[in-house]
Design a protein around this ligand. Sequence first.
Ligand code: MV4
Length: 450
Amino acid sequence: MFKKILIANRGEIAVRIHRTCREMGIATVAVHSEADATSLHVKLATESVCIGANAAKDSYLNIPRILSAAEVTDAEAIHPGYGFLAENAKFAEITGKLGFTFIGPKPEHIRIMGDKIEAIRTVKQYGIPTIPGSGGALSDVEEALEVAERIGYPVIVKAAAGGGGKGMKVAHSATALRNALHIAMSEAQANFGDNRVYLEKFLETPRHIEVQVLCDSHGNVSILGERDCSLQRRHQKIIEETPSPAVTDAQREKLFAAVANACSQMGYLGAGTFEFLYEKGEFYFIEMNTRLQVEHPVTEMVTGIDIVAEQIRVAAGLPLRYPLLSVTPRGHSIECRINAEDPDKFIPSPGKVTEYFAPGGPGVRVDSMIYPGYTVPPYYDATVGKLIVHGATREEAVARLKRALEEFVVNGEGIKTNIALHRKLVATNAFLKGDYNIHSLEHYLTTGRL
Ligand code: MV4
């Protein structure tokens, strides 16, 4: 096992990774920008290295600085967390070439899944259900019109290099499609330096459901269940739960078998997430994330598996301790993302935390970077923590979530949070019934009803 791991990230996820490392007896190296010198991940780490100025490109995205920090501290492996360099195939490759272990999937799989066209083509050949569409890059307007005619309107044009909602255009008619295609291609070229776009049938009111996988280098694949991440605003998830209130056991079983087969066939390594849209009882693959995700704790709560520990173990060549096709979950878990943002305008609202109380008690977990006196810097993501609850049933989990949200206190100078929004959301009838889709939150924010 590794003796020392460099954590190439900040905030709550750097703290989360540190915690598992310490439980495994592994020393940690924190890297940080100038503004993050007083961050919790730096305070907790065994040692730390300042890698640059506040802009992410000068620090958390600066590959030479991070690799130099690994070199001078004698770290053996690098955990990238999520965001920043986590899905940068070049970084994974260079890390390996320099003799460090990248705690994540193989560079080839990161590269394939970064290209949405290649991702769909790859998983489809292994039997994963995909959305009717062009099945590849569109070569011209005529081809787009032909495909749309065949599958029917509305359709959606997506950038191959996009993902996470960037570079998408919906078209309800041939005229609209001509325009959408033109705009999507020039935007894709401008934003990603790659003008390839593809077309899919547009699903109107799907849920967003994702499947967590974990694979080792010995051919073992473990499916750790699904997460329902439909409650989101502008592609930022705010509440996630597992199991999904909408999926039946039969549908789940069929999907997991396909996902497990795809992982084996690919020879996938480490943690990954297959993202699906779910509508009228059918799953449709959209993208794959080749990283640990923000919402991984809900899966940990119902499976009892420390996903970060398994990531580290499989990166070190050890076998999975849970080499089961599908782990049986126990109970129900829900996560609320705590963001330092204005509750009305949703703009980041960083500042100094003067009063902080994190809830505890039965079935409650808080993954956060906050401590009293901490100043949230304005340069990075607004997510400052996550409240995760577990209950024997969804009802018990919801009751604990409400109770924990009542207890949660984050007050300060300049800082505002979305805790009050969470309190309102979890009290709605639709949430209590688990009756929501990807548009529900935005609908709630404009009409007051979920
Ligand atoms: C779609 C879709 C409807 N139909 N594809 C948005 C992010 C990217 N991962 C895929 N996305 C979507 N793809 C088809 N064919 C609707 C969305 C979508 C969405 C998906 C998941 C979670 C939130 C979303 C919010 C708006 C649109």
